[in-house]
Write a protein that binds this ligand. Structure first.
Ligand SMILES: Cc1ncc(COP(=O)(O)O)c(C=O)c1O
Length: 445
């Protein structure tokens, strides 16, 4: 169905208030995508556009994968919806088992959320608070995030999040504090994990414990590496030291793996890639290859068992929480097909093979105009640009728009350009993406 004849009709574009979008600019110069296959979009003018961010970090296997399309279509015709509360359907149990197989040892129960990463983050924060409360420690409510972190857009997520632009308009959040950020100084140009200061940086948690006392702290939440904040990689030893401090002080550790989960790190999880296991692990995006909204939280057995033991009469709820679309059957079908494909196509090995190619290519941009720093991990890279005087958001925006005109979709956020090519990319495609970026930077004022 061609839904684009009015694409240039400003009135037709008005009704949709677009998310995280400069609406006035977009509606003056719309960028409409009308199709996708493999690693490419087709836009309304019929141009092919390389998907340099795998959608929004979620379509690593490429678009229109037959196995996922068929699984979804079949499920829609079989059981299109089942009530999420007090009734079940087999696919959620099947998918939960498949997910648990891929998690660090001990994380073995899945609470599905409404489909977005934001829902899943807030679900994890609620579980953490409730966990202490059912054990009689109702004072453990403070949640600790980190500067520059992105944990979605719900009130819990923006409170623990560390991006001021996403917090400023909304007033009072929930009780949170923040660890020091991990962003290395401009000009560091670290490849992969930064070498030093991991332990020292993690010990900013000790300062917060000293200030608030562990008896008031429910959990620490971090992204194993930070994606939307600009691809910020933890220095060596950082996550290990955070794990140690949390264990010693009776604080739950949550990994927000909405970007790092299911392949981006060349491992099933960031936890596996960095060798550190959290107590709760949040997933979304890549779990269905972006085809259906599916998200959730995987928790340790002790956490699940604690709620079951404290649940009272068997007919009573152990946790009053859930969404109409928790473990939606069609999303579960997409999830099962996606996990199958990741395993069958040896995607993790492919990401490991491509990661050094991306690293090599992207660090070749050192010296290109405006480039202040470059960071990378797995199939993700962030390029920080020096800001135009008085207009910090302008240059990344202009670069991303110029890239789109050249046939490459990339994301810009804060002062960074972010790349996350599909797992199915070829080294040559990654090379072309980065070359186009270099050329664009050199032609940007
Ligand atoms: C680490 C992290 N957490 C949470 C979210 C929020 O996910 P969603 O946009 O699906 O709500 C994102 C989205 O980019 C993310 O990167």
């Amino acid at each position: 169905m061609n839904t684009t004849p009015s694409a240039t009709d400003a009135a037709w574009l008005e009704a949709h208030w677009m998310p995280f979008t400069a609406n006035r600019q977009f509606k003056a110069a719309p960028r409409l995508l009308t199709g996708a296959a493999g690693a490419y979009y087709t836009d309304a003018e019929g141009r092919k556009v390389f998907d340099g961010l795998s959608g929004l970090w979620c379509t690593g296997l490429g678009h229109a994968r037959r196995e996922i399309v068929e699984a979804v279509s079949r499920q829609m015709a079989t059981l299109d919806y089942a009530p999420a509360f007090q009734f079940g359907h087999p696919l959620s149990f099947e998918l939960a088992n498949r997910i648990v197989e891929r998690m660090p040892a001990g994380l073995d129960h899945v609470m599905f959320a409404g489909g977005s990463g934001s829902d899943a983050v807030d679900t994890s924060l609620k579980i953490a608070r409730a966990y202490w409360r059912v054990q009689g420690q109702a004072g453990k409510t403070r949640l600790i995030g980190r500067l520059q972190a992105y944990h979605g857009v719900n009130f819990g997520g923006i409170s623990v999040g560390g991006l001021v632009a996403n917090r400023k308009p909304y007033g009072q959040g929930i009780e949170a504090a923040h660890l020091a950020g991990m962003q290395p100084p401009a000009g560091s140009f670290f490849r992969g994990e930064p070498p030093d200061h991991g332990v020292q940086l993690a010990e900013s948690l000790l300062t917060l414990i000293g200030l608030y006392d562990a008896s008031t702290i429910a959990a620490v939440i971090v992204e194993p590496f930070s994606g939307s904040g600009g691809v910020i990689i933890p220095p060596r030893g950082y996550l290990q030291r955070l794990r140690q401090i949390c264990s010693e002080h009776g604080i739950l550790l949550i990994f927000d793996e909405v970007i790092t989960g299911f392949g981006r790190c060349g491992a099933w999880t960031g936890a596996e890639a960095f060798g550190v296991a959290p107590d709760l692990l949040v997933f979304a995006k890549q779990s269905t290859n972006g085809v259906q909204p599916l998200s959730g939280v995987v928790v340790r057995k002790e956490i699940y068992d604690t709620f079951m033991a404290a649940g009272g009469q068997e007919y009573l709820l152990e946790l009053p929480h859930g969404y109409t679309y928790s473990a939606h059957p069609v999303a579960c079908a997409a999830g099962i097909a996606t996990l199958d494909l990741i395993a069958r196509e040896h995607v993790l090995a492919r990401v490991q093979e491509l990661a050094p190619r991306l690293e090599e290519a992207v660090h070749g941009l050192r010296g290109a105009r405006h480039v202040a720093d470059i960071r990378n991990y797995g199939l993700a890279a962030g390029i920080t640009l020096a800001s135009a005087p008085g207009e910090p958001a302008r240059r990344p925006f202009e670069v991303a728009m110029a890239m789109f005109r050249k046939g490459f979709y990339v994301r810009y956020g804060g002062p960074t350009i972010q790349l996350a090519p599909p797992f199915i990319s070829t080294a040559a495609e990654i090379g072309r993406l980065v070359d186009a970026l270099g050329e664009t930077l050199n032609h940007t004022d």
